[in-house]
Structure formats: C-alpha cells, structure tokens
Design a protein around this ligand. Structure first.
Ligand code: PEP
Length: 257
C-alpha cells in the first residue's frame, strides 16, 4: 500500500502524569534531542490543566498539543466537563477519544465516543479515535469483528468534508502499558483491516488519506519495525512519551521510515 498520501504522526499520551512546572524542562530536553522533519507530525496529548503551560513552553517547536478527552456537549450545566470549544480556544490541535482506559474506567460507549468525536470536528480539532480488543477477545478470535464495530460506530455521521482528517489508533488493550507489544504483523493485520473498513465507509480514495496509528508499548526500539508496515502511519505512545529522549527516538524512527 502506497503511504505517500499520509504524513506519519507520532502522538504522545501523557495520561494523568506530570505537573505544569515540569513542562519547561521536558521541552528543553526534547528540543535538544529532536530531529523532526516536515515529513513527520508530532503531538503531545496532555492533561487539561497542563495545556496552557505546554503551549507557552513549546515556543517554536513544531510538536502540537492535544487533549485526552472532551465533552460530547457544546456548553452548559455539565459539571467537571471540558468542551471542544474550550480546547480550541487554547490552541489544541488533536483530541483523543475512546481510549480504552476511558471505556473501561468510565464506561464510555461507542455512541458516546462518536458524539465526542463529532464535537471535536465541529471545533476544528483533529480527533484520534482509539479502538482495540481485549486479550480475551483476541484469544477468542474476535479481534477483527470487534475492532470493525468500534470503527463503524465511532465514525458514524462524520461529514464528508471532514472524513480524511480523522485518525484511527489501533491499541490492543493487552499491549497498553504492559510492555507486551503486538508484533508488527499482528498490528499490520488489524490496521489493514481498519483501512478496508474505512474504504467501505468512506470510499477507497478517502481511506488512502486517513492515518491509522498503532499504540501499545511502542518505544524507541520497536518503533521502526511497526512503522515500516504499509498500513501503520504512526504511533500513539503512552509511557515512552513521558521520557523526552525516548519520545525523540520514536520520532527519529518515523523520520527514517
Ligand atoms: C496508550 O495509553 O495510548 C498507550 C499506547 O500506552 P503505552 O504506550 O504505555 O502502552
């Protein structure tokens, strides 16, 4: 599969880690190690309170800031929620929706994840839709069907003009934070299936433009072999994105791919 239509994206997911006071130090170490060419995009999805400090500290670094969640509502009496408009106001470029930790610990359904994705698009923020199976589902041979249903439900009602900008991240739950990475072949099988489903939903031409990422214990050592696969257009990186030198290494692997 020709990847020329798709710029690789390496996106970090800091989860609930770090303080705003650590932002400056992180950026200065990252900037020293970073070799980001215009052929690769980089992002860091950080906790909401860190967004202003990260925006201020990044200076001219081309790595953009993302959020890890968003409200499905536009505004109003939704205590504790953060709207897409608020994120856009802070210059947020990407938003993760449907991360397995939110699906598991907060009971997020495909329908809610879909509403969040549409809210991001309305605010002109690029959504990263996370999908992925549990170990039980993989062992039961349900991986492709399960991931396909998450993709179909998560991308319902996406307006035609916005379709090629959505990003899908395949994150097998058994590989997240476990140090157990999917093999490049396992990851390619599912990412290839996701692209085929995208083709059925939106047409083959649009599917050729949509980036499909892999996430799950990706690091400086295994990134190159995963990123070499024809349907893997980047990575969503948890633990390794907390370490500036390791994150820079993964971006380096994407540069060389
Ligand atoms: C993630 O949480 O999106 C993730 C991929 O985590 P890790 O890289 O730590 O497995």
């Amino acid at each position: 599969m020709d990847k020329t239509n798709r710029k690789p994206l390496i996106a970090g997911n800091w989860k609930m880690n770090k303080l705003a006071s650590e932002a400056l130090g992180f950026w200065s170490q990252l900037r020293q190690a970073l070799k980001l060419t215009p052929e690769v995009e980089g992002a860091l999805c950080v906790p909401f309170p860190l967004i202003p400090a990260m925006q201020a500290a990044r200076g001219d670094c081309p790595i953009r800031i993302g959020a890890q969640d968003v409200s499905s509502h536009e505004a109003g009496a939704y205590t504790g929620e953060v709207s897409a408009a608020m994120l856009a106001d802070l210059g947020v470029a990407y938003g993760i929706v449907g991360h397995s930790e939110r699906r598991t610990y907060h009971g997020e359904t495909d329908a809610l994840v879909n509403q969040k994705l549409l809210a991001l698009l309305r605010a002109d923020i690029t959504p990263i839709l996370c999908v992925g199976e549990s170990l039980e589902q993989r062992d039961g041979g349900q991986t492709l069907d399960f991931v396909e249903s998450q993709v179909r439900n998560g991308l319902k009602d996406v307006p035609e003009a916005e379709r090629s900008r959505v990003i899908v991240a395949y994150e097998p739950i058994w590989a997240i934070g476990t140090g157990r990475t999917a093999t490049a072949e396992q990851a390619q099988e599912v990412c290839g299936h996701i692209r085929a489903v995208l083709g059925e939903l939106f047409g083959a031409e649009t599917a050729r433009h949509i980036r499909v990422l892999y996430g799950g214990s990706m690091n400086g050592k295994n990134a190159a072999s995963l990123l070499a696969k024809p349907d893997i257009d980047g990575g969503l990186i948890g633990g390794a994105s907390l370490k500036p030198l390791e994150f820079a290494d993964i971006i380096g692997a994407a540069n060389e791919g």
